[in-house]
Design a protein around this ligand. Structure first.
Ligand code: BGC
Length: 417
């Protein structure tokens, strides 16, 4: 018999949904690019080996926006999947509404409290109970470059924003696209975030986007961030409207563009195309952010779905995600670093080694920052509003900076409504 959450009942929603029989698990996620699919296939295989059936519900696009919209419709009609990819503050939003099942049993058995850094595990709990299981730690503030293109142009990868502009000018003059950017609001907001980190510094960034301080959201540093952001547009390519992130990475892989600023899931695309870190492509911190680490943690949650307790398949899935072998396999191809603190980094490439060092350094110096563009800093309502403001500003040179700062403040503060 399917069990409905109080919210379904309040809304009068009692759709009959097929309860899973305990041996299969339907998983809603958005890992569909070449690198992403390769990584999640590892988990599908492991589930199969353990005798469970993975029913795939993949919804491509917009770094999860389309998947989350589909998830909302399904959950509100009383037919949620068994597991879904949700992260950051949104885990709390779903948990507080009573949708999510606890995986405390698995967490206790596998000693998650000892294996996962507290900065990460805080995101995974609702009222002290684990309701989500983490895969990895992605670093968002990276710049990816095609080594051959930089060589031909005779430039070094830029380490500061000033260097970025002088290098981009030379790349443009040589006939390449300096900065590959697909014009989807989340891609634009990723670029905005990385500029904000460099211009504002960690403290001011934190004040503005995490503490949601009204003055910091409209400060001179915010103005400067927007000015730099607008200036970068001339170095992006005109074919960018609507292009997804992995096709955008392909421009760098194929040597049509020199650079992309994107989280390290981009590395998964280089690897899937058979490219080698340090030889074919370079990974350097986004200009001006070498000391900072903008983190983005992928996680799955489990829906209360029919049974009164988590099913065997849901439990097995939770368990496998933190299995040491899976942590290695998955993160080697996904581009992220393992979320377990005890995984040997032997065999990981230079980008992953750098990422691990950067994480430890940033943790020790208070330079870890929850990613603004990847649902780690603000809730969904704010996120959607912010994407809209940033995209409008970037795409229309007539949009006023002061007005945009007021809109940014309103978008971020919407979280408190
Ligand atoms: C997720 C990554 C994913 C990327 C692009 C990010 O928000 O955290 O796992 O690869 O979106 O789809």
């Amino acid at each position: 018999m399917k069990r409905f959450s109080p919210l379904f009942l309040a809304l009068g929603l009692t759709f009959s949904a097929q309860a899973s029989d305990g041996n299969d698990v339907e998983v809603l996620h958005w890992w569909t690019s070449g690198g992403e699919a390769r990584s999640v296939d590892t988990l599908k295989e492991m589930m199969k080996r353990e005798g469970h059936v993975w029913r795939d519900f993949a919804v491509a696009g917009r770094a999860g926006e389309s998947a989350i919209n589909t998830l909302r419709i399904r959950a509100l009609s009383g037919n949620p999947p068994d597991a879904a990819q949700i992260k950051g503050p949104e885990i709390q939003e779903w948990g507080k509404l009573g949708f999510l099942a606890s995986v405390d049993d698995v967490a206790k058995e596998q000693r998650w409290n000892e294996l996962v850094p507290h900065r990460v595990s805080d995101y995974l709990k609702v009222d002290g109970h684990y309701v989500a299981v983490p895969f990895n730690i992605h670093r968002v503030n990276w710049l990816w470059a095609n080594a051959d293109v930089l060589n031909k142009v005779g430039v070094q990868p830029p380490q500061t924003l000033d260097e970025f502009f002088s290098v981009a000018e030379k790349i443009k003059a040589a006939g390449y696209i300096p900065l590959a950017l697909g014009n989807e609001p989340w891609q634009e907001t990723t670029l905005f975030e990385l500029i904000a980190l460099a211009v504002m510094g960690t403290d001011e960034f934190h004040k503005a986007f995490i503490e949601q301080d009204s003055d910091a959201l409209t400060s001179n540093k915010m103005r400067e961030t927007l000015e730099v952001f607008r200036r970068m547009k001339q170095y992006t390519d005109i074919d960018s409207p609507g292009r997804n992130w992995s096709d955008t990475t392909s421009l760098v892989i194929d040597g049509k563009a020199a650079m992309q600023m994107m989280g390290d899931w981009a590395k998964g695309e280089f690897l899937a195309a058979g490219k080698q870190a340090g030889k074919d492509f370079l990974c350097i911190p986004a200009p001006g952010t070498a000391n900072q680490f903008s983190f983005n943690i992928d996680s799955f949650v489990f829906f209360k779905n029919g049974a009164t307790q988590t099913t065997e398949s849901q439990k097995m899935l939770a368990k496998l995600i933190l299995d040491p072998d899976f942590q290695r396999e998955f993160n080697l191809s996904k581009g992220s670093i393992p979320v377990r603190v005890d995984i040997d980094m032997e065999g990981f490439d230079a980008c992953a080694q750098d990422s691990m060092q950067a994480f430890l350094r940033a943790a020790a110096t208070d330079n870890l920052v929850a990613s603004l563009s990847h649902n780690m800093a603000i809730g969904r309502a704010s996120q959607i509003a912010l994407f809209d403001v940033i995209s409008r500003f970037f795409n229309d040179d007539n949009v006023d900076i002061d007005e945009t700062m007021r809109h940014i403040r309103a978008a971020v503060l919407a979280d408190r409504l």
